[in-house]
Design a protein around this ligand. Structure first.
Ligand code: CS2
Ligand code: MG
Length: 405
């Protein structure tokens, strides 16, 4: 007999940072969880789900995942965009979780089974200056990481994305009524970045995989210059060199450097990266399960990418919840052209709120073998940490004009 969805609840909590979670329950008593967190704009997705999507789910057959995806994507008329796609992504992952639990299988088995035993992951090392960065790199290597993203401060600037100062670890969003305003100087960055990347490579030797994120700050010409100037550093990838609303911008970068390029953490659909992939302008596509329509849609993006030898390297910072990370690992285990999973790690409290079957060891992640996605939610504990307003920073150039953060 066909099961039916009887409720779809939106749970917003803030155990050190905000998370939006969709909980779908079926008449047979199966519960599925999906992540809907959109950093700094959390409540818009919560409302989209609560006010506009949840009522449409009641009575639907939870087994019809693709049909529900199409219903929510095509049916809305106003397609694409981060809010819509995060909401659809949450429904999709919750339904895959339910399907796995119903069939008694981990989701990777339903995606065709494992094509690898474990998923390579990379983490972040940050330090304001070179000695601090090298210490941070060493600490991450000691934890077993074989791929590390390195970010440092820039002389003359007070704060830089991806770099923490002081005792607390790096966290991109900050609580409060207004976003923090940072000052950015691309010339200072371009003078400094190649030197710090060289210093790290010299310190670690040839084998460690090194990554670097330019966080959408450069023009295509500047990006080309940076890529070219660090070719001898042998980066695993250089990330988000330009804002990619204009996919053509990457052509200029590509034509001038062999440094591998990764992009796409802010993309929502296959249409955002279609030309980047089919024209082989990038090497890694960074879409996250949570922000690009869930497993069902990201699977299609990776399938397109496979044809063009582009690999998946999904976004996995602290704002992508343990549920999305788990979903990403199921896809990673079952996808031939999956390359690497970002794994920034979570505060222990976050793992208590979202107990998970996925685990890290020896530089790799595995999704675990429990039915479904394998990430639960301790709702009682979550309730003790209600939503707190938080924003990502914004950035201005030295002349006061806004630039991309
Ligand atoms: C970063 C993110 O992990 C990354 O590559 O670009 O930390 C990004 O700044 C945040 O996820 C924004 O919410
Ligand atoms: Mg990034």
């Amino acid at each position: 007999m066909t099961d039916k969805i009887i409720s779809a609840d939106v749970l917003v909590c803030s155990p050190t940072r905000n998370f939006v979670t969709l909980k779908i329950t079926t008449a047979d008593g199966v519960v599925g969880y999906g992540d809907a967190t959109l950093n700094g704009r959390e409540l818009s997705v919560a409302s989209y789900l609560r006010d506009h999507v949840a009522p449409l789910l009641i009575g639907r057959d939870p087994a019809r995942i693709e049909d529900t995806w199409q219903y929510l994507y095509r049916g809305v008329y106003w397609r694409r965009g981060p809010v819509t796609m995060a909401a659809i992504g949450a429904v999709d992952v919750a339904l895959w979780d339910i399907k796995g639990k119903t069939l008694g299988q981990p989701v990777y088995q339903l995606l065709g089974g494992a094509v690898r035993d474990r998923v390579l992951s990379y983490t972040h090392a940050t330090g304001w200056d070179a000695p601090a960065l090298l210490d941070s790199v060493d600490a991450k290597r000691e934890k077993g990481f074989q791929a590390i993203r390195v970010q440092s401060g820039v002389p003359g600037l007070d704060s830089v994305y991806g770099v923490h100062q002081g005792a607390a670890g790096y966290e991109p969003a900050s609580r409060g009524a207004l976003p923090v305003e940072e000052v950015w100087d691309t010339d200072a960055y371009l003078n400094h970045a190649p030197r710090i990347l060289e210093a790290v490579r010299e310190h670690v030797g040839p084998e460690l995989k090194l990554l670097h994120d330019a966080h959408h700050r450069l023009t295509p010409q500047q990006a080309a210059r940076l890529g070219k100037s660090v070719e001898h550093v042998d980066l695993f990838w250089l990330e988000d060199v330009t804002p990619a609303e204009n996919q053509d911008a990457l052509r200029l970068v590509r034509n001038h450097t062999t440094t591998p390029l990764a992009i796409g953490e802010v993309f929502n659909t296959i249409w955002d990266c279609q030309h980047l992939i089919t024209e082989q302008l990038i090497d890694f596509i960074r879409v996250a399960i949570v922000h690009a329509g869930g497993i069902s849609h990201v699977r299609k993006i990776f399938a397109l990418a496979e044809v063009y030898q582009v690999r998946g390297g999904p976004h996995g910072p602290s704002d992508v919840s343990p549920i999305s990370l788990g979903a990403s690992l199921h896809l990673g285990l079952a996808t031939p052209n999956f390359g690497i999973q970002e794994y920034m790690g979570y505060d222990p409290l976050v793992s208590e709120v979202f107990p998970h079957a996925w685990s890290f060891s020896d530089g790799h992640l595995t999704p675990g073998d429990v039915p479904g996605i394998g990430v639960n939610m301790n709702e009682e504990l979550a309730e003790k940490y209600p939503y707190e307003q938080a924003y990502l920073p914004v950035a201005r150039r030295r002349d006061g004009s806004m630039t991309d953060w």
